[in-house]
Design a binder for this molecule. Sequence first.
Ligand SMILES: NC(=O)c1ccc[n+]([C@@H]2O[C@H](COP(=O)([O-])OP(=O)(O)OC[C@H]3O[C@@H](n4cnc5c(N)ncnc54)[C@H](OP(=O)(O)O)[C@@H]3O)[C@@H](O)[C@H]2O)c1
Length: 216
Amino acid sequence: MFGETEYDPTGQFCSICIEEQLDALGRAVDAGKVRYIGLSNETPYGIMKFVQSAEKVSHYPRIISIQNSYNLLCRTFNSGMAECCHHERISLLAYSPLAMGILSGKYFSHDGSPADARLNLFKGRYLEGESRYNLSKKIIKDATLEYLGIARKYGLHPVSLAIAFVLRHPLVASAVFGATKSWQLKEVLNSCKVELTSEMIAEINEVHARFPNPCP
Ligand SMILES: NC(=O)c1ccc[n+]([C@@H]2O[C@H](COP(=O)([O-])OP(=O)(O)OC[C@H]3O[C@@H](n4cnc5c(N)ncnc54)[C@H](OP(=O)(O)O)[C@@H]3O)[C@@H](O)[C@H]2O)c1
């Protein structure tokens, strides 16, 4: 599955078998070309297949990380994926912690934000922006506004709320964020020092209960 919320058996296709992938990756590790192996956009089924296959042959490398999306608007990881990662000691490299920038709040300015902001610059030409993080979908817009409201209430920069939320997850090893300007980089790095209080978390969870996973 890749980004789908429901499994469709008719949409599945064959790929290189997992043992063959692990064999090639194991040889790359043995040759010193690769240090560690991680997966991306995997499902609980996929993770467990890799884990179990790697246990069978000594030179097959163990999976140590998974790169999946995780942010205030996308908490899909927290169910089956988190269970597998916890038991198998696999860390999450959480991509899109700012939901491609929409959690910064910039798309809510009266003029629709800077023209060079990603979702404006590539409007209609950016599949993930159009499908997953499309603010014309009411549920995404409403949920985002709620999180921006929490940030405002506690005097936090929205970027700080979003980044701190991701980094506090016990299975997150790192947040894979993007920055197109040096001031963005500074804001994101400053956000790493922010810690959310239990009161803030309770409010975040209350919004999540009303808008569960608008961007799965
Ligand atoms: N494995 C996968 O399938 C997969 C999928 C998606 C991403 N990724 C990886 O994850 C990385 C990050 O993903 P992402 O770009 O979606 O992450 P993100 O951190 O959610 O969004 C990054 C975008 O937010 C905007 N931004 C950042 N800081 C900001 C600030 N302080 N104020 C306002 N806007 C700010 C910038 O966009 P603009 O300035 O352009 O508006 C920036 O490019 C990618 O580069 C890629 O390596 C992997």
